[in-house]
Design a protein around this ligand. Structure first.
Ligand SMILES: [Zn+2]
Length: 295
């Protein structure tokens, strides 16, 4: 991922290549072709929104449409770690007459896009907009324009091969900053229409710098640092145990009696944690002796 500015800082932009991240997400969630595109666009969108976050900050994107995929959740942090899931990752639809993955159909056209920015303040900033098309890039641009009042062009793309593996994925966000001239704002939209699809650039081997240069050419761009993005979930066995402890002694004893063990799957990454009967008894003993940490 790379950030840049142009036209005397009237414009800021960020571009990212997320091919491996989206492929990791597809494998972890055994997602269909269309769901891979929907989850991948959401993850890439979260990465773009998360560009420039300070340590400890995070951005959470929730796409709540009325389509068969159900809710999609994607999160990015300041270290470029991305994680996300969809409620029904196996849901799929036939390609559109134009031979495109029907992401809008899978997500649904009725619904809401929610964005939560946690920048370390007491209360995270939260905004939402109705979905425009369910194609996610358009919805994200609408959010940035309406909720954050920043004229923005967003492009998100995921190219999925016939064997389902992700051939290319990436994103670009170009924004006019406060004080930008009307000409610059108008030019943003016109240029966006002339840009080749982001998946074509990524599939042809373009780096984030080259994508940014294509988007900002003629505007004297200045490039910032390159940062790494990747699929990474922060779930650990210890966190799973802490979560189980919050269920309380009665609940855990019932679980032990009925199942003889506990099995927890992380929604974000699909990792499975299994606690044996003995381990479950250990947790119950902690609660009984009062040595469990209080939540
Ligand atoms: Zn996880």
């Amino acid at each position: 991922m790379i950030r840049g500015t142009a036209a005397d800082e009237q414009i800021r932009a960020v571009a990212t290549v997320t091919t491996q991240t989206v492929e990791d997400a597809r494998i972890r969630h055994t997602a269909s072709a269309t769901a891979t595109a929907a989850i991948g666009r959401s993850l890439t969108g979260a990465a773009l929104l998360g560009a420039g976050l300070k340590d400890g900050g995070s951005v959470l994107l929730r796409v709540l449409g009325d389509g068969p995929i159900g809710a999609i959740v994607a999160q990015a942090d300041a270290q470029g770690r991305l994680r996300g899931y969809a409620v029904n990752p196996q849901a799929d639809l036939p390609v559109t007459p134009a031979h495109k993955l029907d992401v809008g159909g899978l997500v649904g056209k009725q619904g809401t896009l929610h964005v939560t920015r946690d920048v370390g303040l007491r209360t995270p900033y939260h905004g939402s907009v109705p979905l425009v098309s369910g194609e996610i890039a358009e919805d994200l641009a609408a959010y940035l324009v309406r909720s954050e009042q920043v004229p923005s062009v967003v492009a998100l793309g995921v190219l999925v091969g016939p064997d389902l593996h992700v051939i290319a994925a990436g994103g670009l966000c170009v924004q006019a900053l406060p004080g930008a001239s009307a000409g610059v704002v108008a030019d943003l939209e016109a240029r966006a229409l002339r840009m080749p699809p982001i998946t074509q650039l990524v599939a042809n081997g373009h780096t984030p710098e080259q994508i940014l240069a294509t988007a900002l050419g003629g505007w004297e761009p200045a490039f910032g640092e390159v940062s790494r993005v990747r699929f990474h979930c922060g779930c650990t066995r210890q966190r799973v145990e802490e979560m189980l402890l919050t269920l309380g002694r009665t609940e855990l004893e019932a679980l032990l009696a009925q199942e003889g063990r506990a099995e927890v799957t992380c929604r974000f990454c699909g990792d499975r944690y299994v606690l044996s009967g003995n381990e479950l008894e250990g947790l119950i003993a902690k609660l009984r002796s009062g040595t469990a940490p209080l939540m």
